[in-house]
Design a protein around this ligand. Sequence first.
Ligand SMILES: Cc1ncc(COP(=O)(O)O)c(C=O)c1O
Length: 404
Amino acid sequence: MALVSALGLRHQPNAHARTGTIGPRQRAVLSPERFAAAKAEIASWPGYAPTPLFALDGLAAAAGLHSLWYKHEAGRFGIGSFKALGGAYAVCRLLKVELARQGIEASTADLVARKHADAVAAITVTCATDGNHGRSVAWGARMFGCACVIYIHKTVSVGRADAIAAFGAKVLRIDGNYDEAVRQAAVDAAANHWFVVSDTSYPGYMEVPRDVMQGYTVMAAEAFAQLPAGEIPTHIFLQGGVGGMAAAVAAQAWETWGASRPRIAVVEPETAACLSESAAAGHPVAVPGDLDTVMAGLACGEVSLLAWEILDEVADDFLIIPDSAAVAVMKLLAAGAGGDKPFVAGESAVAGLAGALAAEDAPEIAAKLGLDPNSKVLIFGSEGATDPETYAQLVGRTPEEVEA
Ligand SMILES: Cc1ncc(COP(=O)(O)O)c(C=O)c1O
């Protein structure tokens, strides 16, 4: 019996994907130089440690794959997701630039030690979030000492809102979807002289989201270094919201392995498949609606333009999955499928793996993806139980019970 049903799975090939090496279009967004800067900066923060890479040998065997590696981001800086690397890094960069404009040269250690406390406290950062990015920005604001206002949309859970407020940020809920929250944050920032630290880019707003994505490349580089010596995955399955994470990992893979890069598949919920729809159209398009999905971090209807600069040529495949596939994978991992050690993975963390396992149940799609018993699949498990209550409802056990 299939581990995850292919019911509702859809595949969209990308006609623009190309082989060969990374090009100027991608390097204009993310570069080895900016990666080195991000890595040095983030590694200097209190509490930095690489997250683990699990070899899920039991699940790989049960799924008919050669190897399955899972980068487990639940413990990232105590924030619960990989997003800790992006928003907080962008806050750090932004504060240094703004202070320099005021004639103050501040190092990260200066910020953490509150050396220029008054000048920093007078700066307010803001963003929209479906949970994790806002938590990262709020955490960065707390770490470096600036003020913070976070916009959430109608369906963000109370647990996620509370986690952001716990870092001292002001949390404002709007009566709309994620994309409307993005616009509200931009409008209010302009009126109040706040600084937008968004994880998505749009016309006229590119610098900060580029830093956010460059922060994510640190996660990718960690994972590649943790693979067994000499191993290159054949596939990477990446969940997509606005596309920033997928683009960052894919670009880092392309930089690392060049023409031998793995095949890249981007996986989205059926209610918020803006990346897949963009691939079908051949250019960025938005999807309307309330975008509601259990994969809360992926509930985005508009593509990040910077992410698209990368994904347009490196994302070979796009997959669309129903919520049921994500929940099935959360349960599989919580149960220790195939004899692997059970662990807690959040709703958005498992989308990439859900896409891969659902494809195993659809021979035609598996063949198009080139998935077979020789496949070595790398997954980025981008969050833990960032909303423990939702996790318990979906899995039937609390995160603590699963970890025990
Ligand atoms: C846990 C998790 N995974 C993946 C993503 C998708 O990232 P992106 O919006 O950069 O595509 C998000 C976004 O919030 C997230 O919270």
